[in-house]
Design a protein around this ligand. Structure first.
Ligand code: SF4
Length: 765
């Protein structure tokens, strides 16, 4: 496998343990070898051939995962902030008792809706979200958010309206692959990304199209690179749809069979001035027409939009235009096109409201999409005297003081809260502002999983077992939330005992006991994950305790997708199928295929009221029509550059690795700029410049790169994290959100414009 790392040696196979990489949503299956002085280091890493999605693939980032697992950043004791702002270590009983009591006080005084929950898991640890849900429900907390609400919620909103479900692309089989604002070479997002990209690129019958202002590694493989000016994606997509409609390349027959609303949409596309819009984007009209004709002529097209357009101007409109391009060309519900996958837990679903949340946030009345408050409005929901403001925050596996727009304002907001509790493995930028910090086991010291299960026609789930016992004094989030539930007096010991005894009798007695308990007490469902963990966690195979909550997940999945599960071999009545799936998940070393679909299944999953595709989103028509008269983003005299704040590079991922030494190169995270710009500014490679935005200013090293357009510069994501050293905290690089503003956001979803921040650059002496 071309991208696999580490070499297989048959003799040593027994030493390799199965797990997964946790650095991006792919969660590639890994095999690792433990070693080092105490046997707690991950010393060798290779792709897991038996993993059905990644099939032995792993990129260079996974190789250095020990930088996450081990180091002085790991916390070992609960911390309580003193009045002077310093922290003291406290014992677990005190920590749990005080945290429960203080949240209870906030709830009793201001209502549970004033307690905000942020996070719930990164890309590879979604089980804490399930266990954290118990604490949320017991406290009456209904408002929450996570990083998804600064990335994907615009797309979720559009998908909910048009399809009633979240769709993905089948790049393995597509004739045309289209990436919008995405560089899978480094950001991945599809299984075996580099293998798949090369396969499309090398096949003369297939076509790779990339929309990106940068000449990325993916764009270099592309047949057609639409190198759009930063921030003008909406004009480009509108021009593409203009070509499609005006040259009558629309798939009328397919639309008549599957979609409504074509007559409402066409007037907004029929008169688009294609030449004018292409000029705005800087892409030649000829190339745009060529791309659209190639798409229209293809038997299938798979697409993927990502942060380059989703953290940019007109982002929800761009998501809409993207989906129109997919649907007007019938690129849905067939091999090589876009599909709606079966889910175990539908993390990527989301119309307005959702997950028990209201439709609007209490103070700013911002749209809540998929249950998530827009990240950019969180400070406005706190820094106010509005009676419904958020008063307390529980942060779990998240770092809003670093990861959300306008860190200065976010810190101010966190400091204004009556109570902040952070659950994390490290002393993060957010932990510094907390009243209590509760350290937990790492992702390799407990059973863990991702619910980003988006594959088709075979979809997979991987419960990876604990590789290591937790550090002394630590335990998982499952245990932590069970203890909090106990402290709140809400984890009935008799229910735990009943379920525990029933489990030992067999699967059927167990589910009879569970449903009997739930029938008699509706609260049982609210606390189900913690109850299951307490009752059967330690009865599960070694290292799988935190998988206990999945028993309920399997029951729901079997009711929802019985045919998909049956095709995957989980047959019988849904209860038996659920039990069989749960057993398979527990016993599997790599991942389990939990759903097998045929391509038509996507049409059955269309969740709109009419069960047909809905092409029209009238709320967006004014914005679409307004492009004709709107001034495109212009360089201004004070801020002549466009900064892309947070670029995914070879050694950037999510922010769970805090040690800057994990990056093999560019440890300080350089500002990439075109050589012509550097010359104008008067700086050479490795020189330093002052980078200033309307929010802040920082001194950064420069890397010259003709991948950037003149006038466009980029900073990597994930830098600016404090890492403890004997000499004091070391902060390498610039945290991009010191330079962004929360008011720069999309009007529909509130997603930030991080990819087009006006900036000024001056050479440093
Ligand atoms: S970073 Fe992503 S693509 Fe690379 S090994 Fe990890 S999960 Fe796989």
């Amino acid at each position: 496998m071309a991208e696999s790392i580490g070499q297989k040696t048959a003799a040593a196979d027994a030493d390799w343990k199965s797990t997964a990489c946790i650095l991006c949503e792919c969660n590639c299956g890994l095999e690792v070898e433990l070693g080092g002085a105490a046997g707690r280091n991950i010393v060798r890493v290779r792709g897991d051939d038996a993993h059905p999605a990644s099939q032995g693939y792993a990129c260079e980032k996974a190789h250095r995962i020990d930088f996450y697992q081990n180091g002085p950043h790991r916390l070992t004791k609960p911390l309580r902030r003193r009045a002077d702002g310093t922290f003291e270590e406290i014992d677990w009983d005190t920590a749990i008792r005080e945290v429960a009591e203080r949240f209870r006080q906030v709830r009793d005084t201001h209502g549970g809706e004033s307690i905000f929950y942020y996070g719930g898991g990164g890309q590879g640890n979604h089980l804490p979200g399930a266990y954290g849900g118990v604490t949320r429900k017991l406290l009456g907390s209904i408002h929450r958010s996570s990083a998804l609400a600064q990335e994907k919620t615009g797309e979720f909103w559009v998908a909910a309206k048009m399809l009633g479900g979240y769709s993905r692309g089948d790049f393995e089989h597509c004739e045309v692959g289209l990436f919008l604002g995405k560089n899978p070479w480094f950001s991945h997002g599809i299984p075996r990304a580099r293998v798949t990209l090369r396969a499309i690129s090398r096949d003369p019958e297939r076509c790779l199209i990339v929309i990106d202002p940068r000449r990325t590694e993916t764009a270099e493989l592309a047949d057609i690179h639409l190198q759009v000016r930063p921030g003008t994606d909406a004009w480009l997509l509108a021009a593409m749809l203009g070509v499609l409609v005006q040259e009558d390349l629309v798939k009328h027959e397919w639309l008549a069979e599957h979609a409504d609303g074509l007559a409402d949409v066409l007037p907004h596309l029929a008169n688009i001035p294609v030449a004018k819009y292409c000029a705005i984007t800087g892409v030649s009209e000829e190339l745009v027409r060529k791309a659209v004709r190639r798409i229209a002529a293809a038997k299938s097209m798979a697409t993927f939009e990502d942060l380059g357009v989703q953290m940019n101007r007109h982002s929800t409109l761009v998501s809409y235009l993207h989906k129109l391009l997919v649907l007007l060309t019938g690129s849905f519900g067939k091999k090589g096109a876009n599909y709606i996958p079966a889910t175990l837990v539908p993390l990527a679903a989301g119309g307005e409201g959702g997950g028990g949340a209201p439709k609007l946030s209490p103070v700013t009345q911002s749209r809540i999409i998929g249950g998530l408050t827009p990240c950019n409005v969180i400070p406005d929901e706190i820094l106010t005297d509005h009676p419904k403001r958020y008063r307390a925050m529980l942060v779990e596996s998240g770092n809003p003081a670093h990861s959300l727009a306008d860190s200065v304002r976010m810190r101010e907001a966190l400091a204004a809260l009556d109570l902040v509790v952070v659950i994390d493995v490290a002393f993060t930028e957010t932990a510094k502002l907390a009243h209590y910090v509760l350290p937990v086991a790492s992702q390799y010291e407990k059973a863990e999983a991702t619910f980003f299960n988006f594959e088709f026609p075979h979809n997979y789930f991987h419960l990876r077992r604990a590789l290591l016992k937790p550090e002394d004094g630590l335990f998982s989030e499952a245990e932590l939330h069970a203890r909090i539930a106990d402290a709140l007096g809400e984890l009935p010991a008799d229910a735990v005992a009943t379920l525990r005894a029933a489990w030992q009798e067999g699967r059927k007695p167990f589910r009879d006991a569970f449903f009997a308990l739930a029938g008699g007490n509706p609260k049982i469902l609210a606390i189900a994950p913690a109850l299951l963990f307490r009752a059967i966690g330690d009865l599960l195979p070694e290292g799988a305790a935190e998988g206990a909550g999945l028993w309920a997940v399997c029951q729901i999945a079997a009711q929802k997708n019985p045919a998909s599960l049956a095709r995957a071999g989980f047959t019988g009545d849904p209860f038996d199928a659920a039990d069989a799936l749960f057993d398979a998940i527990l016993s599997s070393k790599s991942a389990v295929v939990f759903a097998v679909d045929d391509w038509e299944e996507s049409f059955k999953r269309i969740g709109t009221k009419s069960r047909r595709v809905q092409l029209a989103i009238p709320e967006l028509f004014d914005e679409l029509d307004g492009l004709a008269t709107e001034a495109p983003p212009q360089a201004d005299a004070d801020f002549p550059f466009v900064l892309s704040a947070g670029e995914r590079r070879s050694f950037t991922a999510n922010t769970i690795i805090r040690n800057p030494e994990w990056r093999k190169k560019d440890v300080e995270g350089s500002l990439r700029m075109h050589p012509a710009d550097a010359q104008k500014v008067g700086v050479g490679a490795g020189g330093r410049v002052r980078l200033t935005t309307r929010r802040g200013s920082a001194v950064v090293p420069v890397e010259l790169s003709d991948r950037m357009q003149p006038g466009h510069v980029s900073l990597p994501n994930g830098l600016g994290l404090a890492f403890p050293t004997p000499e004091g905290p070391r902060v390498a690089g610039i945290a991009p959100n010191e330079l962004t503003r929360s008011e720069d956001r999309d009007w529909v979803a509130g997603t930030p414009w991080h990819k087009s921040v006006p900036a000024r650059i001056e050479a440093c002496a």
